[in-house]
Write a protein that binds this ligand. Structure first.
Ligand SMILES: Cc1cc2nc3c(=O)[nH]c(=O)nc-3n(C[C@H](O)[C@H](O)[C@H](O)COP(=O)(O)OP(=O)(O)OC[C@H]3O[C@@H](n4cnc5c(N)ncnc54)[C@H](O)[C@@H]3O)c2cc1C
Length: 469
């Protein structure tokens, strides 16, 4: 039962997280007349969305088509994408860009190219500050919308459930009762010692959902970005390579195709320890803010190539949803990187993730507003926290045991971690005795058609293999 001294807030839609997915979901729910409360452990500026550099993929130009974008997305996903989800993503892509434009995001005229895309379809706003420009525009609208209240810092510690329905969440400050709850808490790449993500990307939303009874899926698929400034978390965007930057080995020789899929590049660089990104012959003015950050880190891209090595960057796995953001728990929705809609499969195509936030964040909110009110008799507190502290040891163990190159002994060690997500990643990667997309096993380097399925975790049940419906 609810403790007498706990503050209780009622809202129609509770959104947890204030990155692109959370902000879009909130705006969409409010546009349907719903009262929305966003709570977020960090301000929007502390999200991964804020850091996005490359841009947003959408098939808009005359020589492009959603079908071509779908083909590239499916090819990266190595047989594990949901065709329905991909069709929605690419089909709604052009309208999503238009919508962002109407919301005040000033996209440039010329589309860029990134690895795995067969056309120039990466749309940037503010050059390599696209994430910041998008988040700022959305925050401005959220602040103008009377139906939305944004509370941060406020952290969700557990979801509240009754009769197998999610009815809100308990935070570090209060109990929130909501007709529907949208998790938009981002991914889990910051569980790794070496990452491009902010510290908040620790998979807390996944833990909240799991403890409340929802399914998690595809956790073993983690994308490692190949070109991260050595010794730091500063990502050197793929768009640089799209503009002609080349990768050199320690002898100054090219050793790979610069726009090869990220997993191939990450492995090629990891095998050498590091590589050098030569930015001397590209138009660096297009990336002026990034050049400033490189200079602040002590490097001069005009004089010499920059040392780079891989880091955990994007997590394809997450809370299993359908194409309208519904999880397997009634009343609970998920959008953005914490969700697994099926658009990425075994590997994400660059710049499809912000698009996913916009497209599926909007769809989740549109569906979530239709949930019935919570009867007063259902209102009660939950007992224990779902979130688990992340130690330096866990992060080191993730990097050592489930990094770019994996093998059974190391994965078995991780499968005994005290941290539930680390444990599930270890178990799933161990079960997936093959190499597929971003998951590379040195002891099983080929794809195995028998494993063209997803590993699903649910509390109190053994992991099982499933296919998208
Ligand atoms: C350096 C970098 C560059 C990138 N570049 C691109 C790019 O060019 N194009 C592209 O498409 N994608 C890019 N990505 C990926 C993309 O930015 C993310 O996938 C996307 O922004 C995720 O958005 P989100 O809203 O799901 O989560 P996030 O933006 O990560 O937001 C999650 C929010 O949830 C909050 N939160 C977490 N746990 C809790 C909790 N327990 N309680 C309350 N709040 C919580 C966090 O504080 C945060 O506000 C990049 C990522 C990084 C890190």
């Amino acid at each position: 039962m609810r403790r007498a001294d706990v503050e209780v807030t009622h809202t129609d839609v509770l959104v947890i997280g204030s990155g692109a997915a959370g902000l879009i979901s909130a705006l969409q729910a409010a546009s349907h007349g719903a009262k929305v409360l966003i709570i977020s452990a960090t301000t929007p500026a502390g999200s991964s969305s804020e850091l996005a550099q490359g841009g947003i993929a959408a098939a808009i130009d005359d020589d492009d088509a959603p079908a071509l974008h779908a083909a590239d997305t499916l090819s990266a996903g190595r047989g594990l994408c949901s065709l329905d989800a991909v069709t929605v993503l690419v089909g709604e892509g052009p309208a999503a860009i238009l919508r962002l434009q109407q919301m005040g995001v000033p996209f440039g005229d010329e589309a860029g190219l990134e690895g795995g895309h067969s056309r120039r379809r990466i749309h940037q706003a503010g050059g390599s500050r696209t994430g910041h420009v998008v988040v700022s525009a959305l925050v401005k609208l959220v602040r103008q919308e009377a139906r939305i209240c944004l509370a941060s810092p406020e952290r969700a510690c557990a979801l509240s459930t009754s009769s197998r329905r999610c009815i809100g969440a308990r935070t570090n400050r209060r109990l929130i009762i909501a007709r529907s709850t949208v998790l938009a808490t981002g991914g889990y790449a910051a569980l790794y010692a070496r990452t491009t993500n902010p510290p908040g990307s620790r998979g807390e939303g996944l833990l909240l959902a799991y403890e409340a009874g929802a399914e998690l899926i595809d956790l073993e698929f983690v994308q490692f970005h190949p070109t991260v400034l050595d010794g730091s978390s500063l990502l050197l965007t793929e768009a640089l390579r799209g503009e002609g930057a080349v990768l050199l080995d320690e002898h100054g020789e090219r050793f790979t195709a610069e726009l090869a899929p990220r997993d191939e590049l990450a492995r090629a660089i990891a095998a050498r320890g590091r590589a050098y990104l030569d930015l001397r012959n590209i138009d660096r003015e297009k990336f002026s803010s990034l050049m400033r950050l490189i200079a602040q880190a002590g490097y001069d891209p005009v004089r010499a190539p920059i040392p780079v090595s891989p880091a955990a960057h994007y997590t394809m796995g997450g809370i299993r949803t359908d194409i309208d953001g519904r999880t397997s728990l009634s009343g609970l929705y998920a959008a953005g990187e914490c969700a697994c809609t099926g658009v990425h499969g075994a590997n994400r195509l660059a710049s499809n993730s912000l698009l996913e936030c916009v497209v599926f964040g909007g769809r989740a909110a549109t569906t979530a507003v239709g949930e019935p009110a919570v009867p007063p008799s259902l209102v009660h507190d939950v007992s224990s926290d779902a979130v688990v502290p992340v130690t330096l040891d866990v992060r080191a163990s993730m990097w050592q045991n489930a990094g770019v190159r994996r093998e059974s002994e190391a994965l078995a060690r991780l499968a005994h971690s005290y941290h539930p997500i680390a444990r599930m990643i270890g178990s799933a990667a161990l079960m997936r005795q093959e190499s597929r997309g971003a998951h590379y096993r040195t002891d099983a380097p080929d794809e195995d058609s028998a494993l063209r399925a997803h590993i699903v975790f649910q509390r109190d049940a053994a992991p099982l293999a499933a296919r998208w419906a």
